[in-house]
Design a protein around this ligand. Sequence first.
Ligand code: CO8
Length: 261
Amino acid sequence: MSYELIEVSTQEAVGIIRLDRPKAYNALCNALVAELGQALDVFEADEAIGAIVLTGGEKVFAAGADIGEMLDREHADLFLDDFPYVKSHGWERLNNCRKPTIAAVSGFALGGGCEMAMACDIILASDTAKFGQPEVKIGTMPGAGGTQRLVRAIGKAKAMELCLTGRMMDAEEAEQAGLVCRVVPVDALMEEALTMAATIASHSRPVVMQIREAVEQAFETGLQAGLLFERRAFQATFNLADRKEGMSAFAEKRKPVFRHR
Ligand code: CO8
């Protein structure tokens, strides 16, 4: 598979996707998002891949949807395409990715760029990262999760302020608010993201996938239904040879060897 607007690589069990359209600040044109969808298809189908890192450049993760591409479009165009979903496929692919995704964010993550980071399971930020939903400043609004995921991540007051003013928040504020799991020096961002992804990928794949689905349930359902989902998923891990191996290895004081079954 060849890509023009993203760079795709692997490091052992980790799939790496780098948004690579630097002249346009990684603006998320349809072609780029389509390539993202293709790369995710490949990694999802590859049994050897256990986690995915999505990153951009040092100065910019992504500055949002491509404003030039949207400039002359009418409501009917977007409605018929169900933009930004159906035609570009990549957004749905990212939203529905079953393998854990880590957004490693350096520099600007704005508009659709912030939404893309939030569509990942974990955001790891460099100390230069800046997050915001500045759509209001160009006469539109977030359209790929900004008014929904940001509220769930940082609460109504701050999300409302960011969406209504278009103000950016820096990495430190984003960590305090709960949007990012950790802030690391910019030079260490990829190393930290890859270490985190490799750690996740070293665990039993079906267990990891069940954990992320259970955590996702916390956003989708009430507490009692969520606790039931979790309990049933926990019980289901006892069907796995990996569960037996993990507990046996602990008891025998050795490292487990997971076979992802
Ligand atoms: N779209 C297209 N081109 C862009 C974008 C963008 N979103 N952002 C930056 N660029 C381009 C600029 O046009 C410029 O190109 P050129 O050199 O050819 O003139 C180049 O990138 C560098 O930009 P600046 O000169 O402006 O660089 P600065 O360092 O001065 O500023 C900023 C950097 C602050 C990031 C600034 O570029 C900016 O404010 N960009 C726009 C941010 C924005 O408004 N984003 C929201 C877009 S709307 C959106 O995301 C809707 C989401 C809903 C659906 C998601 C679908 C994908």
